[in-house]
Design a binder for this molecule. Sequence first.
Ligand code: GLN
Ligand code: ZN
Length: 784
Amino acid sequence: CFSAKRPTLLRFTHHFKFHSTRAMASHIVGLPRIGPKRELKFALESFWDGKSSAEELQNAAAGLRSCIWKQLADAGIKYIPSNTFSYYDQMLDTTAMLGAVPPRYGWKSSEVGLETYFSMARGNAHVPAMEMTKWFDTNYHYIVPELGPHIRFSYASHKAVDEFKEAKALGLDTVPVLIGPVSYLLLSKPARGTEQSFPPLSLLRYILPVYKEVVAELKAAGATWIQFDEPTLVWDLDANQLQAFARAYSELESSLSGLNVLIETYFADVTAEAYKTLTSLKGVTGYGFDLVRGEKTLDLIKDGFPSGKHLFAGVVDGRNIWANDLASSLCTLQALEGIVGKDKIVVSTSCSLLHTAVDIVNETELDKEVKSWLAFAAQKVVEVNALAKALSGHKDEAFFSTNAAAQASRKSSPKVTNEAVQKAAAALKGSDLRRATNVAARLDAQQKKLNLPILPTTTIGSFPQTIDVRRVRREFKDKKISEENYVNAMKEEINKVVKLQEELDIDVLVHGEPERNDMVEYFGEQLSGFAFTSNGWVQSYGSRCVKPPIIYGDVSRPKPMTVFWSSLAQGMTKRPIKGMLTGPVTILNWSFVRNDQPRFKTCYQIALAIKDEVEDLEKAGITVIQIDEPALREGLPLRKAEQALYLGWAVHSFRITNCGVQDTTQIHTHMCYSNFNDIIHSIIDMDADVITIENSKSDEKLLSALPEGLKFGSGIGPGVYDVHSPRIPSDTELCVKIKNIIKVLENNMVWVNPDCGLKTRKYSEVQPALSNMVAAAKYNRRML
Ligand code: GLN
Ligand code: ZN
């Protein structure tokens, strides 16, 4: 079905056999759009490169949509969503629908075409892209709407209606999905320069007329249901924000009459107040809840559910790759059915399946037993329907018993359990491991040994991954070259990187990470308890996807992972080489994590494995060790009440990795990708000796946000330039940057370094940029 060459054929000749009588009460919140083999990615990139036409792109997209719809229809899903496809992002689609194009894109027509759409997403030769940020606590990123107080909204993209009609032409009645008006505004930001003056939520009454037009058009096209995604209902909202929901839906009520309306929430529990607001909304037919992450929501439902309304029960996890425990879900559903009534319960996913991998059929390399424990999006659709059938008394016994057998095998498999690891990790609960000596005394001891100049210079770890480096790694993986040849090639590369840093006169060197494909995968491949997929891609943003490792079992480290490379590099220079590790929290947050034990337990296990590595590096004579935690902030729970607990065990996991080293061993950490202002206390509590942190893009926000009197206590290296841009910063510019930093921070604590690793840059950019950076550091040293 997914052959990229046949989309037009599919689109125009294939009519679905859709037996509405057979369809049980089943629903899918949303779907992956990238395709099982990233077909959309390749179609988009080819179009962006000018290698294919808009029509070719549109055909490929239509092919993907019809395949998914067919899959859902074949599985017997009753409520099939439409408008969950997107060329880039569903929030950006909504921006287009509302005609909320920021003025700098010079949009003048009445419809937002592909050119304007992609300019907003990716920028063009004249204007930069709109800002992108994380979609709740997922690894998906959305384009943040920028709304000014004088914006004029207009109905400027008919995509929702077009896709509804497209499905209809294929013989399917779908549920068109829109981002709800309140969530749209709560996820927006005020346009530049208007930050102080107004909250986007105040625009509610101006966007509702556009929603009304869309609804009217959907009705005219024959829609009988409509789904509004209002995921912000899982936040801790204030009374004013909650009131906006009541206002919005009562204003829409008359337009919506005659339609069944589903309000969908996901990613966490809803608060009691939000539940109350939601269940008293006017003109609503059904409510969707995430019952995987929202265990407390279950209690709210048990305490009272409005009579006559539908409950869309999200029991199949859209955030993970684990097969559902069907027996247990069926129990939950039966209990819920007792509360809400027999024909009022609809089996659903916890959230859109956008956040899981696409289809397990393409995984031929996976261990058979591990594979039997997994379900990707295509398999989850089948699970949802099996549950719906079972609930209505048509249980597929064979399917349920295969599932039960897989659940049992997962529970008892020796692949999962490692007694020693379980014990060691269990012993950590309730403990508070940290280094014995305080950071000030440690820094003194380290300085005696390292004898670094003031404003020491360093880099974050990776050096450019040239085509040659990637080729050698691939050839070694494919067994086309011998281990000896591989090691020699890497040795040569490391030597080049070390010599370059010596020439640049950098103080603390790195080996450059040429042997690493990815900072998590590299470690996962060497740890036990991890599995890797060939096509388990999940959309991160636009055409970009990530392929998270799967942590299925207890984690341990069979043998040292990085000692060989770090020692090799240390043998090439008298200057200190920084050992380079990925921290436990980042490994956890960038993987699909097992759901049969709490996340903190898995994190502690990884921490113990990294601790072994840290201690082996120390024994091998590496005196500076960096443990990267760029993803620490990403795991922060959405609900405020749960955040302290997470930060507690996450920060503890980091400390566990290095609590056993000598005072003279200097532990660095590195963080990026987020604003850290709200977790500064936790960062300090990590008790690292030196923290290098992304800073250049956030206009020194981090530094200005430092509460009065609060000191890091450790060395701190706010990045002085952005590594994600090819631009080479001048020495004067960097001089000023450093000067500004030492105005705020004690100069004897400041380190000078780029924002992040240099892996995606070219040597022709890295060499002059670092040279300017060192010159700027030296200039400031002389001025002190
Ligand atoms: N040490 C890693 C590198 O330099 C850190 C990457 C990151 O922070 N994302 O590539
Ligand atoms: Zn980084």
